[in-house]
Design a protein around this ligand. Structure first.
Ligand SMILES: NC(=O)c1ccc[n+]([C@@H]2O[C@H](COP(=O)([O-])OP(=O)(O)OC[C@H]3O[C@@H](n4cnc5c(N)ncnc54)[C@H](OP(=O)(O)O)[C@@H]3O)[C@@H](O)[C@H]2O)c1
Length: 347
């Protein structure tokens, strides 16, 4: 398929014919699945978004891939085309509402409709609130929270027009839990969960328009290499670490059978009731856990990571962080140590 002439940044990847109308839309429980559905993915150049692109390609979807890194998007486009998907790539900074509106317009122009939108674009930082530069805090909110709000505004206009569609917002277990050193990220992810709930309430009458949140725990992606870091220490994901492909499969399942909230990662999900019903205990435990497991030895210079600019060289699905059972046991051990410190602190 030729590149979309009305969008200079749009590049197309020929996987198969894609001038036919989609046979079945994702998000509507129809026999036959998602064949031909048009799926827009933001954050498609790396990690969960890239794994989701592969999973939707295998599922027969037609794809519109967005992120800042044009070269990475081209690679992902070729990977999806190799899996049989008709794909266009649209370099987009989600913090810019104009670009996001143009992204959805490109999707509609290329494929005639948008059935599913996965909002996965995100940036991350480590550092105390005091050590995190204000402009970094602001930018994380602009990308993670306002970026999804721009995405929702743009795609819901198409969904209302079509009378159907599914928005899948990638939040985090940090939409339900908290920890020190990640205040902008947690603020953005808590905001996202509230935002998706309100959208669902307001769209109750629209039977075929769905707004879903997927909340992954720790996932093996390069987000930890991409994170800004003002701690002076090497950062490490909290174990246990789950594969990005597992999240991608869950996202495709949600597209087929929309549900309000899906949490991925059993161990960290178990902490949600502790956080909700025993907040003092949770507060006491989480700091030692972060100090032992998330911040490691070594002196690391302050870095803005990918907060202001992408790093295409490290865009890939995996961050090579997969947990061994020993590391997972270490995590449980650290939680128990934190818990016993907390008890001693109270006596
Ligand atoms: N990995 C985890 O442990 C974990 C856990 C819970 C939730 N999540 C969530 O899962 C989602 C995907 O994260 P990931 O782990 O896959 O991280 P990742 O590998 O760092 O991917 C982040 C993606 O966001 C894109 N992005 C960043 N800033 C952008 C901007 N301004 N405009 C457009 N795209 C932008 C990046 O591409 P460019 O840099 O090329 O723009 C990249 O494609 C995020 O919402 C994240 O919060 C991840």
């Amino acid at each position: 398929m030729p590149a979309n002439p009305r969008h200079p940044d749009t590049a197309a990847h020929d996987g198969r014919k894609h001038d036919a109308a989609p046979t079945i839309s994702v998000g509507i429980t129809s026999p036959g699945g998602a064949t031909g559905a048009v799926v827009v993915i933001t954050g498609a150049s790396s990690g969960i978004g890239r794994a989701a692109a592969h999973a939707f390609a295998r599922d027969g979807a037609r794809l519109v891939l967005a992120a800042r890194s044009e070269d990475s998007l081209q690679e992902v486009g070729a990977e999806c085309a190799a899996r049989g998907a008709a794909t266009i790539t649209v370099p987009t900074d989600v913090s810019d509402a104009v670009q996001v509106t143009a992204l959805m317009r490109s999707a509609r122009e290329a494929f005639g409709r948008v059935d599913v939108c996965v909002a996965a674009a995100s940036v991350y930082s480590y550092g105390t609130f005091q050590d995190t530069p204000p402009e970094v805090f602001q930018r994380i909110i602009e990308v993670n929270l306002l970026g999804v709000i721009h995405t929702a505004r743009a795609v819901l206009a198409h969904f209302r027009d079509q009378g159907r569609g599914t928005l899948i917002v990638i939040g985090s277990v940090y939409s339900r839990l908290t920890s020190p050193y990640v205040s902008p990220y947690v603020t953005s992810k808590y905001g996202l969960l509230g935002f998706t709930e309100v959208l669902r309430q307001e769209l109750r009458e629209a039977d075929d328009i769905h707004v879903c949140a997927v909340l992954p725990a720790t996932i093996d992606t390069p987000i930890y290499q991409h994170a800004a870091n003002y701690t002076g220490k090497r950062v490490h994901p909290l174990p246990p670490v789950v594969s990005a492909h597992r999240v991608a499969r869950a996202i495709v399942r949600v597209a087929h059978r929309p549900r309000p909230v899906t949490v991925i990662g059993r161990t960290q999900r178990m902490l949600i009731p502790v956080h909700d019903f025993s907040p003092r205990l949770y507060d006491r435990c989480i700091t030692p856990v972060m100090n032992v497991l998330a911040l490691r030895h070594g002196t690391v210079p302050a870095s803005n990571g990918t907060v202001f600019a992408p790093r295409p060289a490290t865009n890939q699905i995996t961050g090579n962080w997969r947990s061994t059972p020993i590391r997972a046991l270490g995590a449980i051990g650290a939680i128990l140590v934190g818990w016993s410190c907390a008890r001693r602190g109270r006596h």
